[in-house]
Design a protein around this ligand. Structure first.
Ligand code: UD1
Ligand code: MG
Length: 470
């Protein structure tokens, strides 16, 4: 069976119950806009195109979404937008998309606020449609209030979808509901869309009326009935958004555990992007991962770390309360490195093998070669640090002169004492030592002790001031 799939994503609605200035479909789940989940899912089905129907906040929505990354080996999925103004119902919404849908394909209708539908569920629906029939995704719900009900004939054949407000008492007792997701041959869909009217309780053009047209035309309507409510749950309120966020995070946690990652508590993990873990990775509670994070074999992440856009190589340990954000430049932590507790790695921090970064140390746009250590209360910005350098407590690079940034080069085996200021640009020659408390403004020769501070004096007979007697 081969047919092209064009996905329609309905996203014109207002989302009043979110009580937010931001359009509903741009609210984030797992770090991605709700509608982006739907678009990305379409790409995983190798859809030919995705047509997003926008209305409320259309410009913001269109700016806030992006074309999906092509599935491996598949052609790119084209992303298009059509506007629906005003919003006269789901049928009216799909009518606006119709000109963008080629007749030879199958249209898969999704909603921009239903983010957790799985590709295999949609694939099963497409298989049922088979390029020939209308196929509906349905669900049994103990409390179906508000949803369209699936009305079946005595032999079980689907007859119609009846909306809550149009339903009789008997129909309201039906617990099988329409999820809002259907697959339909586009050529048939276009014919049915042309026949929609708004003669119903809400005065809207109901997409769901295509079911009765299909039945009237003598075409059987298929239903793919699932029991996983999360897959068809929509977001209408902050409460529902938080519930689906948890469901999503649990799903991510389970997938990680299935491939061997050990989580101290799957309920206390947040992945707001992509987390790739090697073998024997251990993650303690309250870790937050953002952007793309890669953890090598045997990496351990302590409690309460926030890690974004970083590659942490095999055997490295990130101690509790460490904040790492590589933003666009990325952060890399070499094999066996120890970072934290309470460390901060900023964009462009590149730590070699066995580097130690201790508490209250900040590293930005700096390279530290293998075995270098900065263990306490220090700042390294725009620095190139050689192998085995020891960088003392309280020392900083003064990398910014108020207008420009300059580099500090610390060659291999240098020891920088405590509380030093290295005024960039400056180079500390290999194997040299800088005395504690020095302010270094000129480059230092290799192997030498360099001291730049006031000479110590002691005044023997000095008297402390006394309080005046009144
Ligand atoms: C719709 C279905 C109902 C189903 C339910 C599942 C219809 C008539 N009814 O209900 O059978 O049980 O979904 O959630 O289709 N939208 C537009 N333009 C519009 C109206 C809606 O883009 O003019 C979008 C909304 O932004 C939303 C989606 O379509 O993403 C569904 O709209 P919503 O109002 O939530 O659906 P219901 O009418 O409640
Ligand atoms: Mg509605």
């Amino acid at each position: 069976m081969s047919f092209q799939v064009d996905v329609v994503v309905m996203a014109a609605g207002k989302g009043t119950r979110m009580k937010s200035l931001r359009p509903k479909v741009l609210h984030r789940l797992g770090g991605r806009a709700l509608a982006q989940h739907v678009i990305d899912c379409a790409a995983r089905l190798s859809a030919r195109s995705v047509v997003v129907i926008t209305g409320h906040g259309a410009e913001q929505v269109e700016a806030g979404l992006s074309a999906p990354e092509a599935a491996p080996g598949a052609a790119a999925t084209a992303l298009k937008y059509v506007r629906q103004e005003p919003q006269l119902g789901t049928g009216h919404a799909v009518q606006q998309a119709a000109p963008a849908l080629p007749d030879d394909g199958v249209t898969l209708v999704l909603s921009g606020d239903v983010p957790l539908t799985q590709p295999d569920t949609l694939q099963a629906l497409l298989d049922l449609c088979a390029g020939e029939r209308l196929a509906l995704l349905t669900l049994d719900m103990p409390n179906p209030t508000g949803y369209g009900r699936i009305v079946r004939a005595a032999d079980g054949a689907v007859q119609a979808i009846v909306e809550q407000k149009d339903a009789s008492e008997a129909q309201r007792a039906i617990t099988e509901i329409y999820s809002g997701i259907m697959a339909v041959p586009t050529r048939l869909l276009k014919g049915w869309l042309a026949r929609l009217d708004n003669q119903n309780a809400q005065g809207e053009y109901y997409l769901t009326d295509v079911v009765k047209f299909a039945v009237g035309d003598g075409l059987g309507v298929q239903a793919h009935r699932i029991d996983d409510a999360v897959q068809v749950a929509g977001v209408n309120s902050p409460l529902q958004l938080a519930e689906l966020e948890r469901a999503y995070q649990l799903r991510v946690a389970e997938a990680l555990m299935v491939q061997g990652t050990r989580l101290a508590d799957p309920a206390r993990l947040d992945v707001r992007g992509t987390l790739v873990c090697g073998q024997d990775v251990e993650i303690d509670v309250n870790a937050v991962f953002e952007g793309r994070v890669v953890l090598g074999d045997g990496v351990r992440i302590g409690a309460n770390c926030v890690i974004a856009n970083a590659v942490i190589e095999a055997g490295a340990v990130i101690h509790p309360f460490t904040h790492i954000d590589g933003e666009k430049l990325g952060v890399s932590v070499g094999p066996g490195a120890l970072v934290g507790p309470f460390a901060r790695l900023r964009p462009g921090a590149k730590l070699g093998a066995e580097v130690h970064i201790g508490n209250f140390v900040e590293v930005k746009n700096s390279t530290l070669a293998a075995g270098a250590k900065a263990n306490h209360l220090a700042y390294l910005g725009d620095a190139t640090v050689g192998e085995r350098v020891n960088y003392g407590a309280g020392s900083i690079t003064a990398n910014y002169d108020g207008a420009n940034k300059h580099r500090t080069v610390i060659e291999a085996d240098v020891h920088v004492g405590s509380n030093c200021v290295l005024v960039a640009p400056v180079t500390l020659g290999a194997g040299g030592t800088v005395g504690g408390g020095s302010t270094i403004t000129k480059s230092t020769p290799p192997g030498a002790l360099s001291v730049a501070r006031g000479k110590q004096v002691s005044i023997e007979s000095w008297q402390r001031p006394q309080k005046k007697k009144v």
